[in-house]
Design a protein around this ligand. Structure first.
Ligand SMILES: [Mg+2]
Length: 448
């Protein structure tokens, strides 16, 4: 018996805005941050979960984490995981907290951290990585993890069971692929940040190409002429006919007609998809863009700011997306992600999780492995950005263009205590980087 005795939150911010890592058409200067949740127990185990933000406001998410984690303090781990669907419903059902969501925004980001911390704790007590817990479940046990409220018009528990039962065929081989780190091919965004100069971009493209990557994503959307030059450089290096795939990401800057007009001008570079062409809430807008770009062979992708399973349901029902970019933190943890993986499988849309952020590749490697081994049975690709992994005890890793399947117990986001101290915000004098002279460039600079 393991009882959760208290929850601790940490506000950890990495000053990535200094070198423009993560810069795109909407987010010019983000400081990759973790709103972090540690579940302490009466045992040797702790549960570690986090959600991702890009700086200011991270403290608001930390506050929401404390409020939500209060609901499970004093509960045993066993009581929480024995009926996961019910626990998840309980966590979103504090009517007063629900008022400031519901199931979206800050409270939902916080829910992701708390739910994932429970999964991490559970995985550690079982001595398994999170993906393996799900891979070892029966189809019925997986279905029981999900709160089906609001989605049964698209996917019933019976249909979910059918999908999972069908996927049992070939599962043994896919499990072996996972054990041999051949389950999740990686794609890279490392070269593609908008704030990087052309020389840095060329060097990073060549470097990632030589490491075995076949999929490359570039940020676009601030200046069409500049984008054409950058995409021309990318195609010059990766080629048009060498089996390398190019993707572009606009991070929500356009209205629907603008997205269509802009992308028509980039069609000659043959991108596989345009990611986040417009508002993440505009289901019908995405559908219109998809219709318009289809004759040009350009698909539409979104999901990193899709706030919950209900929105994903509508994107799928409206045939608005070619690629489903689930986010491990923005959803309410593993359970809600499972619901989306199953809906995407039903609608035959591939899962390409969003991973451009601190801790995200650590999480999403589990989710993509689950999708391949247990749900869709199909290999997809997963974003990898080569930043900030050194702060984790079990950093994600790419070998031969594939994610190395995580085998350590847990959900892989346990951060080193020294990293948490060094980058805690506002932090302690003499300990935190944020108290240093260097930090004043950010703290006293323009807020963009
Ligand atoms: Mg993106």
């Amino acid at each position: 018996m393991v009882t959760i005795t208290r929850a601790e939150t940490r506000d950890v911010r990495f000053p990535t805005s200094l070198d423009k890592t993560g810069s795109d058409a909407m987010n010019a200067a983000g400081d990759y941050s973790a709103a972090y949740c540690i579940l302490h127990t009466d045992s040797e185990y702790q549960g570690h979960g986090m959600t991702f933000t890009i700086g200011r406001g991270n403290e608001i998410v930390c506050t929401a984490i404390s409020l939500l984690a209060d609901r499970i303090t004093g509960h045993t781990l066993e009581s929480l995981v024995s009926n996961w669907g019910k626990t998840w419903r309980y966590l979103v059902n504090d009517s007063q907290l629900r008022w400031i969501g519901p199931e979206k925004g800050v409270t939902h980001l916080a829910l992701g951290a708390v739910v994932n911390a429970i999964w991490d704790l559970w995985a550690k007590t079982l001595k398994k990585p999170v993906w393996r817990i799900v891979a070892d479940m029966t189809p019925q046990q997986i279905v029981d993890c999900i709160d089906f409220r609001y989605i049964t018009d698209a996917l019933t528990p019976e249909e979910a069971l059918e999908i999972l039962t069908k996927s049992l065929e070939g599962k043994e081989q896919r499990n072996k692929d996972a054990e041999n780190s051949r389950a999740v091919p990686a794609y890279t965004t490392s070269a593609g940040w908008l704030g990087y100069g052309q020389d840095k971009m060329r060097a990073l493209l060549r470097e990632t190409l030589s490491k075995g990557y076949k999929h490359f994503k570039l940020k676009v959307g601030s200046d069409v002429q500049q984008d054409k030059e950058r995409l021309a450089i990318a195609r010059e290096i990766i080629g048009f006919d060498k089996g390398n795939i190019l993707m572009v990401d606009a991070n929500q800057v356009w209205s629907v007609p603008e997205a269509i007009a802009y992308m028509k001008q980039l069609a000659e570079f043959k991108p596989w998809f345009i990611e986040e062409p417009t508002s993440p809430d505009d289901v019908l807008g995405h559908a219109a863009i998809r219709q318009a770009l289809k004759p040009l062979g350009i698909g539409v992708a979104t999901g990193e700011m899709c706030q919950n399973r209900v929105m994903f349901k509508q994107f799928l029902q409206a045939q608005a997306i070619d690629v489903c970019q689930i986010d491990a933190c923005r959803m309410g943890g593993v359970n809600e992600v499972l619901a989306v993986l199953l809906m995407a499988a039903k609608f035959n849309v591939p899962i390409v999780p969003h991973s451009g952020g601190v801790g995200l590749p650590e999480y999403t490697q589990h989710l993509s492995t689950i999708d391949y081994v247990v749900v869709s049975g199909k290999k997809s690709v997963l974003e990898y950005v080569d930043h900030l992994h050194e702060h984790f005890f079990h950093p994600s890793e790419i070998r031969d263009g594939y994610y190395v399947t995580p085998m350590e117990p847990g959900y892989s986001v346990e951060m080193r205590p020294e990293s948490m101290d060094k980058f805690s915000f506002p932090g302690k004098e003499g300990v935190s980087w944020w108290r240093s002279e260097e930090a004043r460039t950010i703290l006293e600079g323009e807020k963009i």
